[in-house]
Design a protein around this ligand. Structure first.
Ligand SMILES: Cc1cc2nc3c(=O)[nH]c(=O)nc-3n(C[C@H](O)[C@H](O)[C@H](O)COP(=O)(O)OP(=O)(O)OC[C@H]3O[C@@H](n4cnc5c(N)ncnc54)[C@H](O)[C@@H]3O)c2cc1C
Length: 126
């Protein structure tokens, strides 16, 4: 198991952590990482632990969906992420040189009629 203390940046074995966090976040996937990062941002000490000893090493969030952008907006992070991502307003599904269908992301509910592809390494490589 790996653990990351919210007041230090080093990954440690749980036995070497001598702090008393206010919150323990179990699971260092995108959900746990976001919760832990927001707690630290709000000066709440937290301990993030995961059953895996190391990141899995492959990307599991290439696409950031519109609803996720709204959550980033609520956290004050949307502008920074929008600046660093490629915007996708639609997609076309093709096979054997034929178009099977199209998807217009602008027709979805919500403020952001698009998905994003991150230009940076995704946090979902946990
Ligand atoms: C190949 C692939 C591609 C994907 N691409 C996209 C994409 O482009 N866009 C997108 O939005 N989504 C994508 N997804 C989905 C996305 O990865 C998941 O929605 C996301 O990972 C869910 O995050 P999570 O933190 O809730 O759970 P998880 O990522 O599953 O993380 C949970 C973590 O908790 C740990 N854990 C669980 N139980 C315990 C326990 N009892 N003790 C200790 N640790 C524990 C696990 O080890 C794990 O690290 C993709 C998924 C896959 C598999």
């Amino acid at each position: 198991m790996a653990a990351l203390s919210g007041r230090s940046s080093a990954v440690s074995s749980p036995s070497s952590l001598d702090e008393r966090p206010s919150v323990v976040v179990v699971g260092a996937g995108p959900t746990g990482l976001l919760v832990a990062a927001d707690l630290v941002r709000r000066s709440v000490g937290c301990l993030l632990i995961d059953g895996h000893d190391a990141p899995l090493g492959w990307d599991r969030a290439t696409i950031v969906h519109a609803r996720t952008i709204e959550i980033f907006e609520a956290l004050g992070l949307a502008d920074q992420i929008l600046d660093q991502a490629v915007r996708i307003r639609g997609s076309r599904l093709r096979s054997d040189m034929q178009t099977l269908g199209t998807l217009d992301l602008g027709s979805a509910d919500g403020r952001y009629g698009m998905d994003l592809v991150s230009l940076r390494t995704s946090p979902s490589r946990s």
